[in-house]
Design a protein around this ligand. Structure first.
Ligand code: HEM
Length: 533
């Protein structure tokens, strides 16, 4: 009898195992078949691409190309640095396939079919597609959940549209103009600190400054004060935790690592290790504490800064039916604060670092900026009026954003079948536009596309290149960067203040090594060699 019971238990156990495996294979098989169907539909429209393996798509080839590139990596210096199209070292497989299949091709990472789009005409279509059918890539937003939550950057559909409507007014041009003074105030302590450092080295012929951390701190201060008022006293801690989180998340390739069965079954948890979850919880509670402090301080008496708009927006969202119930008041507020914190400070700080690197290699442009700032701005300090006269500064910043756009990709997922001109993109396909490649395409920018020539922007973007819609440092279409005006103003102020006070070259200790950590940033920082004037 006992033996019979054991045998029965064993049989039941095997039935369960076989049932679960069968179900798993069915789900997996269905998802795989879907991917193959998407690929076939794209190929029938003339889109080519590397042949994928059955389970892992083109991931093995991506890994092989990537490791080959690491072995062959070169050392860059001087003019070589500017000419270096770093996409060939950061995303070598994309570059490899572009040369093989052209500027529109398809590839697979197993459970995801991708469409690479770097043709100016198709990018234009993407720019003009005024539809909620193109959202952010869902598997990437899952992986970034700890840092951006379900805020405006990562959400889609009506929930995204609602959040964007709440945040957008804070960054209208007239509002941004009113924040110039605040940006100057935040930047001056750093500039004075650098001046003191240089003066204290009297007698020495040069002084090296690693600019990145100081710029990050200034940019963090700016965004805290501009968007969240004085109540963000915990800002410093939040920023340093966000940076830790960014490094922890980008330890793995967040964009193109293999998305297999585990991604379908376990979603974001697969990548969530204990360290990431711990930092996330810490950041969320820091933000929530500051919100509570602010609510306690006084009610209804606040100036309408971004924090106030988000708080009011969260109230209406949670009362109404626009947002599904899971999105509570707390996560609405925390996620949007986190998003603005991240989007608003890393991007600007990295852009100024790259700009100083390029100016260090081009001292004649430093002189032109210095002359312009000193002649247009009282005491060399920009204000709401003089900032719009800084034409040379603007050109240099545009050229920096062309050669070193901090955001490497515009990415979208077709949430429903979508038409881009003549191309029908099946539902579920992820679309990738590699911004630096588009910005260095000689077809668009001419034979000098790999050179630093700010004068190409002297008559605006429309005259700088053949297809103006291909200049996309702030992204494109309906998801265009919300902080574009604010970011440009901030860059102009910082570059003007620094360049009008210091002449500098690139320190020999600078190691040119762009790295992708959600943004393309200088892996070892930018070190400038300041010469006392
Ligand atoms: C140099 C500075 C900056 C650069 C290069 C930059 C770049 C970008 C890019 C490429 C996107 C994605 C657009 C797309 O998918 O088409 C984006 C989105 C966004 N950026 Fe920026 N950004 C900068 C500064 C800022 C600042 C200062 C803020 C806010 C204070 C900000 C807030 C946002 C937000 C909220 C989004 C999401 C918009 C949406 O999905 O609707 N950015 N940015």
């Amino acid at each position: 009898m006992e033996i019979l019971m054991v045998e029965m238990a064993k049989t039941i156990w095997w039935i369960i195992v076989i049932g679960v495996l069968g179900l798993g294979f069915r789900v997996y098989g269905k998802a795989m078949a879907e991917q193959w169907r998407m690929r076939r539909r794209l190929m029938m429209q003339g889109v080519k691409g590397p042949p994928p393996s059955l389970f892992r798509g083109n991931v093995p080839e991506m890994q092989r190309i990537q490791s080959q590139t690491m072995i062959n990596s070169k050392h860059y210096s001087g003019d070589n640095i500017i000419a270096h199209d770093y996409t060939s070292s950061l995303f070598p497989y994309l570059d490899h396939w572009r040369k093989q299949y052209g500027s529109v091709y398809t590839y697979s990472t197993g459970m995801k079919q991708h469409l690479y789009v770097n043709h100016p005409e198709v990018v234009k279509e993407l720019n003009q597609a005024n539809t909620l059918n193109l959202g952010k890539v869902s598997y990437v937003t899952k992986r970034l959940k700890s840092i951006l939550g379900r805020g405006v950057i990562t959400s889609n559909g009506p929930h995204w549209a609602h959040q964007r409507r709440i945040i957008a007014p804070e960054f209208f041009l007239d509002k941004v103009k009113g924040m110039v003074g605040l940006v100057v105030e935040s930047a001056m302590p750093m500039v004075s600190k650098w001046e003191e450092m240089v003066q204290s080295r009297e007698g020495e012929t040069f002084f090296d400054i690693r600019v990145d951390d100081d710029l990050r701190a200034v940019s963090a201060d700016i965004i805290s004060r501009a968007c969240f008022g004085s109540s963000f006293s915990k800002g410093k801690e939040i920023f340093s935790k966000l940076r830790c989180l960014q490094k922890a998340i980008t330890h793995n390739n967040i964009l193109f690592s293999h998305n297999g069965f585990t991604d379908i079954s376990f979603g974001s948890k697969k990548h969530g290790n204990a360290k990431i979850e711990e930092i996330e919880k810490h950041i969320d509670s820091l933000i929530w504490e500051t919100v509570k402090e602010r609510e306690k301080e006084c009610v209804g008496d606040h100036k309408k800064d971004l924090m106030q708009l988000i708080l009011e927006g969260a109230m209406t969202s949670c009362d109404g039916s626009l947002v599904d119930k899971a999105s509570s008041y707390k996560s609405f507020v925390v996620d949007n604060c986190k998003s603005i914190y991240f989007a608003g400070h890393e991007t600007s700080a990295v852009a100024v670092s790259w700009c100083l690197m390029l100016l260090a290699l081009n001292p004649s442009w430093q002189t032109r900026i210095r002359d312009e700032v000193l002649s247009s701005c009282k005491n060399g300090i920009p204000d709401a009026d003089s900032i719009s006269n800084l034409k040379t500064v603007t050109m240099v910043i545009q050229e920096t954003l062309r050669l070193y756009p901090p955001a490497a990709f515009v990415s979208r997922e077709a949430l429903a079948e979508t038409k881009l001109g003549n191309l029908v993109v099946p539902k579920g396909v992820c679309i990738w536009t590699l911004i630096p490649t588009l910005h260095r395409d000689p077809e668009i920018w001419g034979a000098d596309a790999n050179e630093f020539r700010p004068e190409r922007f002297s008559e605006g973007v429309s005259k700088a290149c053949k297809y103006p819609q291909s200049f996309v440092p702030f992204g494109l279409g309906t998801r265009l960067c919300l902080g574009k005006n604010f970011g440009m103003m901030e860059l102009k102020v910082l570059v003007s203040l620094i360049v009008s006070r210091f002449s500098f070259t690139l320190s020999p200790t600078y190691q040119h090594s762009p790295v992708f950590r959600m943004l393309v940033e200088p892996q070892h920082g930018v070190v400038i060699r300041v010469c006392p004037s």
